[in-house]
Design a binder for this molecule. Structure first.
Ligand SMILES: C=CC1=C(C)c2cc3[nH]c(cc4nc(cc5[nH]c(cc1n2)c(C)c5CCC(=O)O)C(CCC(=O)O)=C4C)c(C)c3C=C
Ligand SMILES: [Fe+2]
Ligand SMILES: [Fe+2]
Length: 391
């Protein structure tokens, strides 16, 4: 049974010694979100946007055509507008963007369930900006992680997000002589714990209001339509999330429609567009509106500024009277339970119960207690929904 030996508690080794004296046999878990600038000023935002919008998964144009446009006109102007949006939501207490604070908090809370003494090291990274995926993979391997689970924090798969994270991981591995074994986790658009956590967030938030929304909108980040025509399953996965949430909340598509926000550039993007739909609803006499953004696991500039400020203003200006933005899961207990389940599924065969198996032990091992597997149908239950008028 020596191969089942539990990892002993070891403090992180100082970097000079870890290079030479590796504590092998650990499992690394790397949570990855999109990324965010280091500061809301022009230079930091420009640097971030330049990295983000140079990703060929995000902008599918030939660099010879795209780079002159990006480095010229777009990065000369866009950072002012984007920087103003970040300034409006910047956390002055910690001097960072909410996305970074919440992503760190999600990793910290998961690490409480899986402390270093379990043989599992939980860490986090950003696809664009810092901490980078390459840097955190180096750190994890230096801490003795010879198996690494990468968890892209996107419930719905898109090549622009999930695949881009995986690209960056494997690009970083290309520079390593001694690579860890790596697994990446699939999207989870109707994972019961995800659906239950978002539905609960909606119920609690709307339950605290002293008014009743006439309509709840589910707004997802948009995507150019041609990416979908080329095979990106993103809108279908958003649809699965909406179907599961509607089931859980007992709402119809009319009471809880799906929209897409954040058009960028001249291409046609997914429709209906959140902003246009909200303006139309207000013009048709809807006075009380609630919005939730289920595709974002953490509040960020897209939710807090674009929806919480911009969309609110659009609605009120067009005749709306009450507006509520449901917060993302952020650091709620529900997200820790979800990430814990994703982790357990992801490392199946690498641990037995809560004991880390040594690499190459040939043990299948098992983890409990997850019963979720990616599927086309949700098994979410259907407790009472928020009180919205009938469709
Ligand atoms: C062509 C451009 C873009 C595509 C495609 C795209 C897809 C996409 N993005 C997210 C999640 C987030 N995007 C965020 C910000 C953001 N996104 C774009 C452009 C595209 N996104 C830009 C230019 C920006 C910066 C803000 C702005 O200038 O408008 C964020 C917020 C990050 C933060 O720090 O708060 C998130 C999160 C998804 C899920 C997605 C595809 C499905
Ligand atoms: Fe985006
Ligand atoms: Fe946006």
């Amino acid at each position: 049974m020596s191969h089942l030996t539990r990892q002993t508690l070891r403090p992180a080794l100082p970097s000079w010694s870890s290079r030479f004296a590796r504590a092998n046999g650990r499992i690394g878990v790397l949570l990855v979100n999109l990324g965010t600038p280091d500061a809301p000023g022009y230079r930091a935002v420009r640097r971030y946007l330049s990295e983000f919008l140079s990703d060929r998964r995000v902008i599918e144009a030939h660099p010879l055509l795209w780079q002159p446009l990006l480095q010229g006109m777009i990065l000369a102007t866009r950072p002012f507008r984007t920087g103003a949006a970040y300034r409006a939501i910047w956390r002055n207490d910690t001097d960072e963007s909410p996305l970074r604070s919440f992503t760190r908090a999600q990793a910290t809370q998961l690490a409480v369930r899986w402390p270093a003494s379990s043989g599992i090291v939980v860490d986090w990274a950003m696809r664009y900006g810092r901490p980078s995926i390459a840097e955190r993979l180096e750190t994890l391997t230096a801490q003795g992680c010879d198996r690494i689970l990468v968890v892209p924090l996107y419930p719905q798969y898109s090549a622009t997000t999930t695949a881009s994270v995986n690209d960056a991981v494997f690009r970083a591995l290309m520079r390593m002589r001694r690579q860890p074994a790596v697994r990446t986790t699939p999207s989870f658009p109707d994972h019961p714990l995800y659906v239950a956590a978002v539905a609960e967030r909606i119920r609690t938030t709307l339950g605290r209001l002293d008014w009743t929304p006439e309509l709840l909108i589910g707004s997802f980040h948009g995507l150019p339509r041609r990416y979908v025509q080329a095979g990106d399953p993103y809108p279908a996965e958003c649809g699965r999330t909406m179907a599961a949430l509607r089931r859980d909340l007992g709402l119809s598509p009319r009471q809880f429609p799906m929209t897409f926000q954040s058009r960028f550039g001249r291409d046609r993007w997914l429709e209906p567009a959140t902003e246009a739909r909200v303006a139309t609803l207000a013009a048709r006499g809807v006075k009380r509106l609630a919005v939730v953004a289920p595709g974002f696991l953490a509040d960020c500039v897209e939710t807090l500024e674009e929806l919480g400020c911009g969309l609110r203003e659009t609605f009120l200006r067009a005749g709306g009277e009450r507006f509520c933005l449901v917060p993302c899961l952020n650091d709620e207990a529900g997200i820790t339970a979800l990430l814990d389940d994703i982790l357990r599924n992801g490392i199946a065969g690498w641990i037995d119960g809560n004991t880390v198996l040594p690499p190459g032990s040939g043990q299948t091992g098992h983890v409990s207690p997850s019963h979720w597997r990616p599927s086309r149908t949700s098994s979410a239950s259907a407790p009472a929904g928020p009180s919205l008028p009938a469709a």
